[in-house]
Design a protein around this ligand. Sequence first.
Ligand code: GDP
Ligand code: MG
Length: 370
Amino acid sequence: PEVITIQELANRMAERAVDVIKLLMKQGQMAKITDTIDADTAQLIAEELGHTVKRVSEADVEEGLFDVADAPEDLLPRPPVVTIMGHVDHGKTSLLDAIRKTNVVSGEAGGITQHIGAYQVTAPSGAKITFIDTPGHAAFTAMRARGAKVTDVVVLVVAADDGVMPQTVEAIQHAKAAKVPLIVAINKIDKPDAKPERVRTELLQHEVQVETFGGDTLEVEVSAKQKTNLDKLLDIIGLQSEILELKANPNRPAEGTVIEAKLDRGRGPVATVLVQRGTLKVGDIVVAGAEWGRVRALVSDTGASIATAGPAVPVEVLGFNGTPEAGDRLAVVDNEARAREVTDYRSHQKREKQAARATGMRGSLEQMMS
Ligand code: GDP
Ligand code: MG
C-alpha cells in the first residue's frame, strides 16, 4: 500500500507537520513526524487543510519518459558501444589506453586528455566506435537490473599466459545473459609463455567457439603492450557491428544512461552519460534517477566543450542539481515542472524504500534480541 511520512505530506502541502499531527490526533491517531500514514488518510488530512489532492501512480509519472518508439524511417546508423571485460590483470585497462593513444589525433598527442570513463575512436575503416571504460561486472549487472542496456559488444580479454580464469567465465555469463555478442581478444601474445591455442581450447569448455576452431565468435591476438593488432581489433568490432545493424533516431529528445557520476568541487555534480537515442543539447532539462537539472555544459571525451551529443556519444553533463547514480537512465523532459514531478516522485519512492528497509531491519533485530 502507498504510504507517506507526515513530514513529507506536510512539505508537499507547505503546511506545518505539527498541524498534520493535530488533525490526526483529532481523529484519535497518535503519530510522530517520522511516522507514515496511508494514502487514504493522507488525502483526508490534505482535504481537511483545504488542499486539492491529485494522486499519481508510478505509471502516470514515468509515462512517456523512455522507450517511446521511433518510426523506422527515422532510424539512422549509429556507432557501436563496446565494453572490455575479463579477468583482473589480463590487460583491460592497458588495452583501452593503447587503443585510445594510438587513436589520438596528432595535435592532441602529449596533451592532457581528460578521463571521462568513456571515449570514442575512429577505426581504420572510418567507422566510429564508443568504448566504455570497464564499468566492472557489478556495475554492468546493476545497469542491466535497471533496464539499461548500454553495451552492444563485449570484448573479452584473456591473457595468453594465464588463460581462462573465474572472471573470464563471469564475463562470458554476463554477455550471454545480456544477449550481447562477444569478441575474444587474446592479449599478451608478446610474452614468451603465451599459449593462445590453450585459451581457445579453454573457451570451448564455456561454450565460446572462436572462428579458428570453426565457431562464429570473432577473435584476434593482441598485445596491448606492443600495440600489436589493435587496428585489427577495431576492424573486427566494426565487422561485428555491421552485423548488428545498430540504429537510432538522432532527431528526438535524448535518452541515455549515466556511466559514472561524481560531485566535483569546482563544477558541481558531473555525470558521464552515454547518449543512446536522440540528441542531447545544452539548455535541455534532464532527469536521471532522483536528480534533475538544466544542462549547463557538455564536455566531450577530449575535454572540448560541445553544444550537442548524438547517439552513442559519451559526454560529461554539467548542470545537475544533485549527483545521480551510475546506471541511472537519463531523459530529457519538456520543462522544470515535469522534471520536479518525476524526481519528487522518485525521491519519495526512494525514501519510502529506505524507510521500509530500516523498519524491516529493526524488526529482525528485535526478533534476534527476543
Ligand atoms: P586489467 O586489470 O585487466 O585492467 O589489467 P592491466 O591493464 O592493469 O594490466 C595488468 C598487467 O599486465 C600490467 O602490468 C600490464 O602492464 C600488463 N600487460 C597488459 N597488457 C600486456 C601485454 O599485451 N603484454 C604484456 N607483456 N603485458 C601486458
Ligand atoms: Mg584495470
